[in-house]
Design a binder for this molecule. Structure first.
Ligand SMILES: *[C@@H]1O[C@H](CO)[C@@H](O)[C@H](O)[C@H]1NC(C)=O
Ligand SMILES: *[C@@H]1O[C@H](CO)[C@@H](O)[C@H](O)[C@H]1NC(C)=O
Ligand SMILES: *[C@@H]1O[C@H](CO)[C@@H](O)[C@H](O)[C@H]1NC(C)=O
Length: 369
């Protein structure tokens, strides 16, 4: 009887929600009924936010038996995004798909952090590989992320010793290093009209800073405890075959120094080489640095897990490998994510156990355990 009553209540809630949406009952920008549902979801928080670029990268997670949707509020649709509420490895999560590239990743991460009570963000997906020591299928966990899409494109004829436009205002800098196109000329060493690009740090406005007083950020570190914990993932066994074709060696999980993102699909051997030799970059993608920038400004811990699907232009001269290996990479990234979340539980338990052994002074903290 109780079960029937609950089902009726859930049904009524849904009907009310649909009615409210149709009639357009709104209180400011956020529909009042949506707000109420979000508040109730937040009462059960905080959650781990799982941010994924595209549906083929998300579906191995949603299809995994480790993901259990919340039976009352399986999802909330808001601002063109679907926030899926549930549990992974018995830990409360909200999973959201961003769509391709930096603006989508930034908007979605910001919405997730502003609407919901989130204690940390885990970002997963596939990536290009700039590191000759790694292979397709490997899963990378970079320690630093940078957005490489903010450029000051220098006028023709100017070089490393010439000030950039608006540099003296403090808007732009020559500290980070530059890409000189003619360094990559073949045969002729004539300069070319593209000249130089100087990468620029992002302006950031952290929640604990002063509004409108900018700070700058280029290499954004992931969360230290998450990165340390990720060491325990190294040695995991991962899939290495697509149908009956297997990679030369079994893929591995590896923490690397650096990853970069921009609104650019890199399929270019020379640029790949430049990124690796100038910045020690391994992982190249189109979203992680946007997630990193939002998390930096919101002071939210984050980690990125990116599986290598291709060589970013450094491999076969015929075609990019992602067409073949993207599904394998996507499923490897999810495997590593699930393992990480299970370790996260364990780690918290271990910390709690340690605290329990300590003085009762820590009683307050222990409540959280
Ligand atoms: C330079 O050009 C020649 C002739 O087109 C080509 O064979 C060679 O592979 C090129 N070298 C590089 C590094 O691209
Ligand atoms: C480059 O990064 C790798 C890991 O990605 C690290 O082992 C190596 O020490 C780094 N090299 C330098 C020169 O920092
Ligand atoms: C693997 O097999 C599936 C199903 O037969 C097929 O759709 C897919 O194209 C194959 N992938 C490759 C890389 O051959």
């Amino acid at each position: 009887m109780h079960k029937v009553f609950r089902s009726v209540m859930v049904l009524l809630e849904w009907l009310l929600f649909i009615a409210a949406s149709v009639i357009g009952i709104a209180n400011g920008a956020v529909n009042q009924y949506a707000w109420e549902r979000i508040s109730r979801i937040n009462q059960e928080g905080p959650y781990l936010g799982i941010v994924v670029p595209n549906s083929f990268e998300m579906s191995p997670l949603l299809q995994s038996s480790s993901f259990v949707p919340n039976n009352k509020f399986p999802y909330i649709d808001f601002a063109g995004r679907r926030f899926r509420i549930g549990r992974v490895e018995d830990k409360r999560v909200i999973v959201v798909m961003t769509g391709l590239s930096m603006v989508n990743a930034g908007i979605t991460t910001e919405l997730l952090l502003n609407l919901f009570k989130i204690k940390g963000i885990l970002h997963i997906g596939i990536a290009g590989n700039a590191n000759p020591e790694l292979q397709i299928g490997d899963v990378t966990i970079p320690q630093y992320w940078a957005h490489l899409g903010l450029w000051n494109w220098q006028r023709f004829g100017d070089g490393p010793n010439d000030e950039l436009a608006l540099e003296s205002n403090g808007d732009y800098t020559r500290k980070i290093g530059y890409l000189k196109f003619s360094d990559y000329n073949n045969n002729t060493r004539d300069d070319n009209l593209l000249n130089n690009v100087w990468f620029q740090p992002e302006e950031v406005f952290p929640i604990d800073g002063y509004p409108e007083i900018r700070q700058h950020a280029f290499w954004i570190p992931v969360n230290d405890p998450y990165f340390s914990l990720a060491m325990k993932l190294e040695g995991m066994e991962l899939g290495g075959c697509v149908n009956s074709t297997c990679l030369p060696r079994t893929p591995k999980v590896i923490r690397v120094e650096r990853g970069v993102s921009a609104n650019v699909f890199v399929d270019n051997a020379a640029y790949r080489k430049f990124l690796h030799s100038n910045f020690n970059v391994t992982t190249i993608d189109m979203e992680s640095a946007a997630v990193a920038l939002v998390c930096l400004q919101q002071r939210t811990p984050f980690l990125t897990i990116r599986a290598l699907s291709d060589l970013a232009g450094g491999g076969s001269s015929i075609s990019n490998e992602a067409a073949t290996f993207a599904p394998l990479a996507a499923s490897n990234a999810v495997e590593v994510l699930l393992k990480f979340i299970s370790l996260l539980n364990l780690e918290i338990q271990q910390i709690c156990e340690k605290l329990l052994n300590l003085h009762s002074f820590f009683n307050l903290i222990i409540i959280f355990c």
